[in-house]
Design a binder for this molecule. Structure first.
Ligand SMILES: NC(=O)c1ccc[n+]([C@@H]2O[C@H](COP(=O)([O-])OP(=O)(O)OC[C@H]3O[C@@H](n4cnc5c(N)ncnc54)[C@H](O)[C@@H]3O)[C@@H](O)[C@H]2O)c1
Length: 255
């Protein structure tokens, strides 16, 4: 697909979790496609690093997506600076590596706070300005973990399952008001998160190879490949696409 077909000229996008991995790749790709991007992250220094690549087009912003006033400030700051929010990418998310019995309540609540409450709050506060203009695109970062059960991912699977269904609910609730809402479900993506996960194992090389083998392509997905999917969904090329789940997983879910 040519760049011209997927460009985002004059669009304003908020990308949460834009300080690392997939979110950073999305911020960079959207900026390259002509959008103004608010790179929002809990880690301001990381968001600033993302913005350094394209300071004309990417504005860093500190946000905690679990905290309603913080999310309200993000939306307010974006509207004050750019006058509109065309695209919201709810990418901020955290993982866990435990089955249900080992998961304590605090960890369960924290995963849901970031992965589910965060999506709820960002949508709740960005949607009114989108509805006023009868235009808006929301992209939620799900996971294959929201589609199938993966061992040692109890809270993570449950939270991403909620993201998948919330995506569909938003899509049908606001379809007549010019809003599109879609979900990307990546397989295992080569990001700092996965690096951390692998580094914690007794044999990191073997752990990485096992993750690669889990996907029929025999490799991890690159963050840019997820960003390409986000660009498609954000663009008018996807004008007829809402409530969809776009799997980017090297064939994992096809087995
Ligand atoms: N990496 C993978 O294999 C993979 C696979 C499927 C889905 N995902 C999803 O993609 C998204 C990004 O994952 P990644 O691998 O790039 O992770 P990452 O850990 O590299 O980056 C996540 C970013 O989110 C930020 N963040 C965390 N909590 C936050 C909060 N409360 N408020 C604002 N920002 C916060 C972090 O500071 C970090 O910069 C997540 O939603 C994750 O569940 C990742």
């Amino acid at each position: 697909m040519s760049k011209a077909m997927t460009a985002l000229p004059g669009r304003t996008a908020i990308v949460t979790g834009a300080g690392s991995g997939i979110g950073r790749a999305i911020a960079h790709r959207f900026a390259a496609a002509g959008a103004a991007v608010v790179a929002a992250d809990l880690n301001l220094a990381a968001a600033e690093e993302t913005a350094d690549a394209s300071p004309e087009q990417i504005v860093p912003h500190q946000v905690d997506v679990t905290d309603e006033p913080s999310v309200q400030r993000l939306v307010q700051a974006t509207l004050e600076r750019f006058g509109q929010i065309d695209i919201l990418v709810n990418n901020a998310g955290i993982g866990t590596t435990k089955d249900l019995v080992e998961t304590d309540l605090e960890e369960w609540e924290h995963v849901f706070a970031v992965n589910v409450r965060g999506v709820f709050l960002c949508c709740k506060h960005a949607l009114p300005s989108m509805l006023a203009r009868q235009y808006g695109v929301i992209i939620n970062m799900g996971s294959v973990a929201g589609l199938i059960g993966i061992p040692q991912r109890a809270a993570y699977c449950a939270s991403k399952g909620a993201v998948v269904t919330l995506t569909k609910q938003i899509a049908v609730a606001y379809v007549k008001q010019g809003i599109r809402c879609n979900c990307i479900c990546p397989g295992t993506v080569d990001t700092p998160w996965v690096e951390r996960l692998v580094a914690q194992t007794p044999d990191p090389e073997a752990a990485r190879r096992a993750l690669e083998r889990r996907q029929p392509m025999g490799r991890l997905v690159h963050p840019d490949e997820v960003a390409a999917a986000a660009l498609y969904l954000a663009s008018d090329e996807a004008a007829a696409v809402t409530g969809s789940i776009l799997v980017v997983d090297g064939g994992w879910m096809a087995q």
